[in-house]
Design a protein around this ligand. Structure first.
Ligand SMILES: Nc1nc2c(ncn2[C@@H]2O[C@H](COP(=O)(O)OP(=O)(O)OP(=O)(O)O)[C@@H](O)[C@H]2O)c(=O)[nH]1
Ligand SMILES: [Mg+2]
Length: 307
């Protein structure tokens, strides 16, 4: 099946096209087919949610609980778990990282492990493309990445909403927030709330750090993903509220521009980026382009400009 056909199936809401679509998007030699797929899938209305945080913070366990909540509400969910070890092991292995509990017979759930990009916390172009294409067929598309601090910028560019997940007692997020290393997330999640006082302390510390940064309205949600489960519905609600506050057309236009730039860099490397005058100049130039341009056209224009 061609990329355009798979994209059209996703656009029509056919979720059974997801596995074949992902296979095609991950085939390095099928770049034209991949871009035809993304174009044919169109701009989906699904909510793309980035879930990012340090190793072991509880992201996958949290996603198992969120998945149950979303399915209870009758919403379809795709999860793209980005495997940071796949560079070394030479391919995305499911391993331990994607241990997200779900019913394998449930056709409204799709879970896939994908290889990481070049940098820690970075996304491969295939993951951006997959998230965009799946947003046509799934109500929610989650991108799970490992990282905290600067490394979450990739996922922030690809997602509509970003939840940064931290575990009590680690202090990482607090430090990064205070030092201005971490962009303020859309939602902050403190996991393992069942641990009691240490979790409440983490929640309070984050709230006061956000207050000091003038970002008091950023929700901080404490969750326990294991029994006694709590806070999961509040987190789902906070994500919905963030999504409702967005100008979705503007967010998707930006995602197309940054997606085209990521494709360009994947193809032409740092040297290509220099030919564009650097990343900031490229982003500025892209912002001046017509909002209606799709990714393949933006990529063509970038290549013409660099030539
Ligand atoms: N007590 C408690 N433990 C939890 C909770 N959530 C996760 N854990 C435990 O924390 C450990 C790490 O959980 P994961 O969900 O695998 O964490 P992760 O962030 O996905 O880890 P990586 O994918 O390796 O980065 C596991 O042993 C979980 O059982 C929770 O709400 N409460
Ligand atoms: Mg995990």
């Amino acid at each position: 099946m061609t990329g355009a056909e798979l994209g059209a199936r996703l656009r029509a809401g056919d979720r059974t096209a997801a596995p074949a679509a992902l296979n095609l998007l991950e085939t390095r030699t099928a770049r034209l087919q991949a871009s035809a797929l993304v174009t044919a899938a169109g701009d989906g209305a699904g909510h793309i949610v980035g879930v990012t945080g340090p190793p072991g913070a509880g992201k996958s366990t949290l996603l198992s609980a969120l998945l149950r909540e979303w399915r209870r509400e009758g919403r379809s969910v795709a999860v793209l778990a980005v495997d940071p070890s796949s560079k070394r092991s030479g391919g995305a292995l499911l391993g331990d990282r994607a241990r997200i509990e779900h019913d394998p017979a449930d056709r409204d759930v799709f879970i896939r492990s994908m290889a990481a990009g070049e940098r820690l916390g970075g996304l491969a172009p295939a993951t951006r493309a997959a998230a965009q294409a799946l947003a046509s067929a799934f109500d929610l598309v989650v991108i799970e990445t490992v990282g905290v601090g600067q490394s979450e910028t990739d996922v922030a560019e690809a997602a509509d909403s970003v939840a940064v997940v931290v575990q009590p007692g680690s202090g990482d997020a607090l430090q990064f927030l205070k030092a201005g290393i971490m962009e303020v997330p859309d939602v902050l999640v403190v996991t393992k709330a069942d641990l009691g006082p240490v979790a409440r302390r983490a929640e309070q510390d984050l709230c006061s750090a956000l207050g000091a940064l003038g970002a008091r309205e950023t929700p901080v949600v404490a969750v326990s993903s294991v029994a006694p489960v709590r806070g999961i519905d509040a987190l789902a609600h906070a994500l919905d509220a963030h999504r409702a506050s967005l100008d979705l057309a503007a967010v998707r236009t930006r995602a197309h521009r940054l997606g085209a730039l990521a494709d360009f860099i994947a193809e032409h490397g740092e040297r290509g980026l220099r030919a564009l005058g650097g990343r900031r100049a490229a982003v500025r130039w892209l912002a001046e382009q017509d909002a209606a341009l799709d990714e393949p056209e933006l990529l063509r224009r970038l290549e013409a400009r660099a030539a």
